[in-house]
Design a protein around this ligand. Structure first.
Ligand SMILES: Cc1cc2nc3c(=O)[nH]c(=O)nc-3n(C[C@H](O)[C@H](O)[C@H](O)COP(=O)(O)O)c2cc1C
Length: 168
């Protein structure tokens, strides 16, 4: 398996972190990986809010039932769709998914753990208000990141045979 395939296969959601901060150089690598995601018409509709400050991390964490996971992550990256840059809602959201996945894989490649938090979208507008983003920014998810507290358990996927509906 080459490095890319290995990262895709071995990345797991990490929900418990040591307190150790994420180095600025690693944050940069993660955001760069997001920046290089594909997007329709190369419109790059994503915007990021980086949260390391403890007070803000706790305030964001309070917006989800996964509070414990988020508040103990030394780094949170809130990912937004900037509607000013949007040209096709479906494709823009797909591009944001690619962007987030790129960041998860980049973090994994650096030995960091992440989890993609979606439940927080139930209180999307409250998070947008808390982070004081422009009205055109729509929250798409929050990445919690840090050094894994322990090696995560392996995960499961449906068998490939179940996924390939037909071949012509
Ligand atoms: C769109 C999306 C939303 C998710 N939301 C949450 C969440 O709110 N809380 C959480 O603990 N995990 C969340 N996850 C992580 C999934 O639970 C996880 O990716 C899945 O169980 C597979 O496990 P793995 O990432 O370890 O392979 C989310 C993942 C995606 C792609």
């Amino acid at each position: 398996m080459n490095d890319v395939l290995h990262a895709i296969r071995k990345r797991r959601s990490v929900r418990k972190f040591t307190g150790e901060p994420v180095p600025e150089s690693s944050l940069r690598v993660i955001l760069e990986a997001g920046r290089w995601a594909p997007s329709g018409l190369n419109n790059q509709p994503w915007k990021f809010v980086v949260i390391t400050d403890a007070t803000t991390r706790t305030a964001v964490a309070e917006k989800t039932k996964y509070r414990k996971v988020l508040e103990h992550a030394p780094l949170q990256i809130a990912v937004f769709l900037d509607q000013i840059l949007s040209y096709d809602r479906t494709k823009d959201i797909q591009a944001i998914g690619a962007c987030i996945q790129n960041m998860l894989l980049a973090a994994h490649s650096l030995g960091l753990g992440t989890v993609w938090m979606g439940e927080i979208l139930n209180r999307r507008e409250e998070v947008e208000g808390l982070l004081a983003v422009p009205a055109s920014f729509e929250l798409m998810g929050v990445i919690a990141a840090g050094h894994p507290y322990r090696k995560p358990a392996d995960s499961e996927r449906r068998a490939l045979d179940e996924l390939i509906f037909k071949r012509y």
